[in-house]
Design a binder for this molecule. Structure first.
Ligand code: UDP
Length: 332
C-alpha cells in the first residue's frame, strides 16, 4: 500500500516525500506542476502529473495505485494573490479538494492529512494561539483553508472519512542535504526574498510596516523548519492509521521572531550586510502569529528538532548557495 502525496512537487510536499521515503514508505506523488517542480520530486516516488480538479485523472490514480492514505498539499498559497483573484483560490483549493474527497469516498480511501494554515485564525484572540480559538480569516487564502476543514468535517460525519488538518505557521528552511528547498515563482515569502540579496538577485529587502505593536514595530511570526513540518504529516497519518479520530493541530515552534530579527539572523549566517528599507504595511497582515503546538506534541508525539532560528536559516542558506536559481533549469 502506498501513501498518495498531492502537491508533492511543492515546498512542504517535496520535503514530506523525502521524509516518507527515508522512513521506508511507498510513495505516489501527484502534482499538476502549476507551481511545483518536477526536480523536487524524490526519484524513488512514482510521479503522476494530474490536477485534483480533474475527477477522471484522480479516479484513474486511485484505480491504478493501492492507496492507504492521502496527504494533501495541492493548493494555491499566496495570500496577496488570493485577495486579487479569490475565485482562483475557490477553484484550486475548495473545488479541487471537493473533487478529491468525492473520488476518495467513491474509492473507499478514508484517511487524509490536510495542509491547513494559521491564516484560518485571522487576527488572533490571544498569543500563543490554541486550536480552539476563534477562526475568522482576514484573507481569501485562509477562508478556503477553513472551508476545506469544514467540508472534511461534514464528509467525515456522513461517510466515515477521517482527517487531520495541520495548521502551519511560517514554514522555512531546507532539507539538511540541500537537495531540495524553498522556491516560488514569483517569490513573496520573507526568508527566500532576503536570500536573494546575498545571491545578487536583489539589492535590498522591504520591511512591510514598522509601526505594529510589537517589540521593534515589525510583525512577529512563528518560524518552523520544513523538515519538522514534514515529520508531523507522517505522525498524523500514522495517528489516523492507528484509529485516531479527526482533529486539527497547530504546528509552530511557539516562539515569535520579528521581521527585523529574521533579517539580522540572515546577516549573521551569511555575513552579508543585507540593506533593508521600511515600506508600507501589507494588507491583511496580523501583528503577531505565534502557535501553541502543545496539542500536536501531546496527541501526535511531535517533537520539532529545530528550535534555533540560526540553525533553521543555515539550512536555507545551504540550499540557496547551492541552487541560486532555485530548481531553474532542473525543472525539465
Ligand atoms: N514581509 C516583509 N517583507 C517582505 C515579505 C514579507 O516585511 O518582502 C513580512 C510580512 O509582512 C510578514 C512576515 O514578513 O509580517 C512574513 O511574511 P511571509 O510572506 O513570509 O509569510 P506569512 O506570514 O504571510 O505567511
Amino acid at each position: 500500500m502506498a501513501v498518495l502525496v498531492l502537491g508533492g512537487a511543492g515546498y512542504i510536499g517535496s520535503h514530506t516525500v523525502y521524509e516518507l521515503i527515508d522512513a521506508g514508505r511507498d510513495v505516489v506523488v501527484a502534482d499538476n506542476l502549476m507551481t511545483g517542480f518536477r526536480a523536487a520530486v524524490h526519484p524513488k516516488a512514482r510521479f503522476y502529473q494530474v490536477d485534483i480538479r480533474n475527477r477522471g485523472e484522480i479516479d484513474a490514480l486511485f484505480e491504478k495505485e493501492s492507496i492507504e492514505g492521502v496527504i494533501h498539499f495541492a493548493a494555491s498559497s499566496q495570500v496577496g494573490e488570493s485577495m486579487t483573484d479569490p475565485l482562483k483560490y475557490y477553484d484550486n483549493n475548495l473545488s479541487g479538494t471537493l473533487v478529491l474527497l468525492q473520488s476518495m469516498v467513491a474509492h473507499g480511501v478514508d484517511k487524509i492529512v490536510f495542509s491547513s494554515s494559521a491564516a484560518t485564525y485571522g487576527e488572533p484572540e490571544q498569543i500563543p494561539i490554541l486550536e480552539s480559538d476563534r477562526t475568522q480569516p482576514t484573507n481569501c487564502y485562509g477562508e478556503t483553508k477553513l472551508a476545506v476543514e469544514r467540508m472534511m468535517s461534514w464528509t467525515s460525519e456522513a461517510h466515515g472519512l477521517r482527517y487531520v488538518a495541520l495548521r502551519y505557521f511560517n514554514a522555512c528552511g531546507a532539507h539538511p542535504t540541500a537537495a531540495i528547498g524553498e522556491a516560488h515563482e514569483p517569490e513573496t515569502h520573507l526568508i527566500p526574498l532576503i536570500f536573494q540579496v546575498p545571491a545578487g538577485r536583489r539589492g535590498k529587502v522591504y520591511i512591510f510596516g514598522d509601526d505594529y505593536p510589537t517589540r521593534d514595530g515589525t510583525c512577529v511570526r512563528d518560524y518552523i523548519h520544513v523538515t519538522d513540518l514534514a515529520q508531523a504529516h507522517i505522525l498524523a497519518l500514522d495517528y489516523l492509521m492507528g484509529g485516531g479520530r479527526s482533529d486539527v493541530f497547530n504546528l509552530g515552534n511557539g516562539v515569535g521572531f520579528t521581521v527585523k530579527e529574521v533579517i539580522e539572523t540572515v546577516r549573521t549566517v551569511t555575513g552579508c550586510p543585507i540593506p533593508a528599507e521600511i515600506a508600507p504595511r501589507r494588507g491583511g497582515d496580523p501583528a503577531q502569529l505565534v502557535a501553541s503546538s502543545e496539542k500536536a506534541r501531546r496527541v501526535l508525539g511531535w517533537k520539532p528538532q529545530y528550535a534555533d532560528m540560526k540553525a533553521i536559516i543555515a539550512t536555507a542558506w545551504e540550499w540557496h548557495k547551492s541552487h541560486p536559481d532555485g530548481f531553474g533549469a532542473q525543472n525539465q
